[in-house]
Design a protein around this ligand. Structure first.
Ligand code: BTN
Length: 325
């Protein structure tokens, strides 16, 4: 069945949330027969959309399905390119691997890979990332900024700010950022972000930004060793959430901040990041792959690198580390 008609129907229902739209008007709008409209309405129903049909009035949307499917993300999405091209899979090893492959094949900027479950989810510093089925948001976004490699940490910080804002707007949960991009609520980890890139010696081709958000997990859904250090939006709000709506909120904030970044540079993003950060001004331990440094987190550079002043007053530039506070 034509996916253009399906997308057109979803767009028409997005634009007319509480109104009936007649089969004739939909057929005219989408340039197809009323029978084709009816068939696509039935297909949408089978995928979990609740659509009311009233004689002489037409169709009205009651609700979209709860399971994450690409159409759920598109229904109501109001970005112009971030998250508009969704590649969805039920089970993957890692959404990062799929996005890497799509980027190499020339996928458009803003392409989003989403999965219901990851069997080999990756975290920062070569850790594993638990990604249980139907519980969280496991997604990777392809960006293609024209920037030198040394500026890529800026994008990681931008994404952290956008994810904080998206989660806050949709669910009311206010997360803090621990450098560079862990989102914490009351010191417990809600979200992790992993940035990987495809680049040659002087130019970035694609950034693959992996975002993992704990959404509907109850405590027992976390492995025992994580139960004291992880949290979920459900645990913070005692409400289960439609993950597609949270994804939409995040896409909206990513697009807004990314456009701001492309126009005005990193400075406004840096100010926002600092306002959400709980690392700055604190004594922290930075565990890097080359050893551990204890000191005062003094700030971030214009490239997003952490400045850590040790007890001898030497300032270290921290590019990648696990921060203990
Ligand atoms: C971290 O260590 O805090 C980063 C975790 C990043 C997890 C996300 S889930 C979607 C994407 N796919 C992966 O394999 N990892 C990232």
């Amino acid at each position: 069945m034509s996916s253009d008609i399906r997308k057109g129907l979803i767009a028409a229902f997005t634009n007319n949330p509480n109104q009936y739209v007649s089969g004739e008007a939909l057929a005219d709008l989408l340039g197809c027969s009323r029978t084709a409209i009816w068939k696509h309405i039935e297909a949408l129903r089978q995928d979990g959309f609740i659509l009311e049909a009233v004689r002489k009035k037409g169709y009205r949307i009651i609700s979209s399905p709860e399971k994450i499917v690409p159409d759920n993300i598109l229904f109501g999405l109001n970005t112009s390119y971030i998250g508009r091209n969704v590649h969805f899979e039920e089970t993957v090893d890692s959404t990062q691997n799929i996005a890497q492959k799509l980027a190499l094949e020339g996928a458009a900027e803003g392409t989003l890979v989403v999965a219901e479950e990851q069997l080999g989810g990756r975290g920062r510093l070569e850790r594993k990332w638990q990604s249980p089925k139907y519980k969280g948001i496991w997604m990777s976004l392809i960006l293609k900024p024209v920037i030198p490699i040394m500026k890529t940490p800026q994008l990681t910080l931008l994404i952290a700010v956008a994810v904080v804002q998206g989660i806050q707007e949709v669910t009311g949960v206010q997360a803090d950022i621990k450098w560079p991009n862990d989102l914490l609520v009351n010191g417990k980890k809600l979200t992790g972000i992993l940035t990987e890139m495809q680049a040659d010696s002087d130019r970035v081709h694609s950034l693959i930004i992996g975002i993992g958000i704990n959404v509907n997990q109850q405590l027992e859904d976390f492995a025992e060793e994580l139960q004291s250090s992880a949290t979920s939006i459900y645990l913070e709000t005692k409400t289960s959430w439609d993950r597609a709506i949270i994804i939409q909120g995040i896409m909206k904030h990513i697009e807004k901040l990314y456009l701001l970044y492309l126009q005005k540079g990193f400075y406004p993003i840096k100010l926002l990041w600092e306002s959400y950060s709980i690392s700055l001004g604190q004594k922290v331990r930075a565990n890097t792959l080359n050893g551990s440094i204890f000191g005062l987190a003094k700030g971030i550079t214009d490239d997003g690198v952490l400045l850590l002043e040790d007890e001898q007053g030497v300032v270290h530039f921290i590019y990648s580390a696990d921060i203990l506070m």
